[in-house]
Design a binder for this molecule. Structure first.
Ligand code: ZN
Length: 332
């Protein structure tokens, strides 16, 4: 999309990116070849990821992840993802990291993966000018017991780099209250909190997530629009939505771009931000997201500046890092 070119150099803050979900398809194909892993069925004739619906998407995602077999692979993955993000003007990204994909949830194994990811992030900061922080993410469809283990792993490795805890995966499995224990443990460890809700679930899922998990941010949250009283609560409490419009359109969580509620939520006072979620799976980039917001909702420079300020305010990083990033946003 050529319209996205004009937004490429604009500095951007991204809060919602799944590390494995951002893996460029060519990178995964390369790994599969190296390791002789057969994942041919997950690509279409153009070399992009292909799947039928959200459940199948999760399966293809897991299949792609089978090529990521050790810390060194995650080092390379992190570099590839951050280089791609930086090429679209992203100066700060928060990435969901899953110990379940990195050593099967074992703490000692996770430490090795984390060291590799963190080293790659430091290298990317020097080479590409992008700062990364990690949000350790429990996978909902693995169940509450596993989420407790993930929270324990998160608590043990919380620090300057791991700053958040989250919940992703199949939203309609179980209720938010099933994960309260994990979120309480993560909060006690000083981690900031976010959870996917209201992408597939209704407003009740968003309301229960805020009540039971006490998160400051919600991943997606777009279905809150079906309950205006809830929208007003989000606005009053300053709950930040990590909105991923391209993802929502591609997966048919909304009908099309014009019917996406991002502008309506913002106009009613909700703090919205914009991210790509799993960009190559949805054939999007941050530049494309901005181009579509300009095209469908007439977002201009002031709107984008506001989106980025909101995102930086809500970012799970220390004040010094925020100051440094704010200066870069302002310069643009
Ligand atoms: Zn997501």
């Amino acid at each position: 999309m050529t319209a996205s070119l004009e937004f490429r150099d604009l500095p951007k803050i991204e809060l919602h990116l799944h590390l494995e979900g951002a893996a460029p398809p060519a990178f995964i194909r390369g790994l599969a070849r190296e390791k002789s892993v057969d994942i041919g069925g997950i690509f279409d004739e153009n070399g992009n990821y292909t799947y039928r619906d959200f459940d199948h998407f999760l399966k293809v995602y897991d299949a792609a992840c089978t090529t990521l077999q050790g810390p060194e692979d995650f080092h390379r993955l992190t570099l590839a993802v951050l280089e791609e993000s930086a090429s679209h003007g992203v100066i700060y990204t928060e990435s969901f990291l899953s110990p379940d994909f990195c050593g099967g949830g074992d703490l000692a194994a996770w430490r090795d993966y984390l060291a590799a990811i963190e080293a790659a992030a430091a290298e990317a900061e020097t080479r590409f000018g992008i700062t990364m922080r990690g949000i350790i993410t429990a996978i909902r469809h693995l169940g509450p017991d596993q989420s407790r283990n993930t929270a324990r792993v998160a608590a043990e490795t919380a620090g300057d780099f791991i700053t958040g805890f989250g919940l992703a995966g199949a939203e309609l499995m179980g209720r938010p209250g099933d994960y309260t224990y994990a979120f309480d443990a993560a909060r006690e460890a000083g981690l900031e909190l976010t959870a996917h809700a209201g992408e597939w679930g209704g407003p009740d899922m968003v309301a229960d997530t805020i009540r039971d998990l006490r998160v400051s941010r919600i991943g997606h949250g777009i279905n809150a629009i079906h309950d205006l009283a809830l929208v007003d609560v989000l606005a009053e409490t300053g709950t930040v939505l990590e909105v991923c419009p391209g993802s929502n359109v591609f997966l048919n969580a909304v009908k099309d771009w014009p019917s996406h509620p991002i502008a309506r939520l913002r106009d009613r006072g909700v703090k919205v931000t914009v991210s790509t979620d799993d960009p190559p799976y949805f054939l999007t980039t941050m530049s494309d997201e901005y181009a579509n917001l300009a095209r469908h909702f007439a977002f201009g420079p002031d709107d984008f500046a506001e989106l980025n300020r909101t995102a930086l305010d809500a970012a799970f990083c220390d004040a010094k890092t925020k100051e440094r990033l704010a200066a870069r946003l302002e310069k643009a």
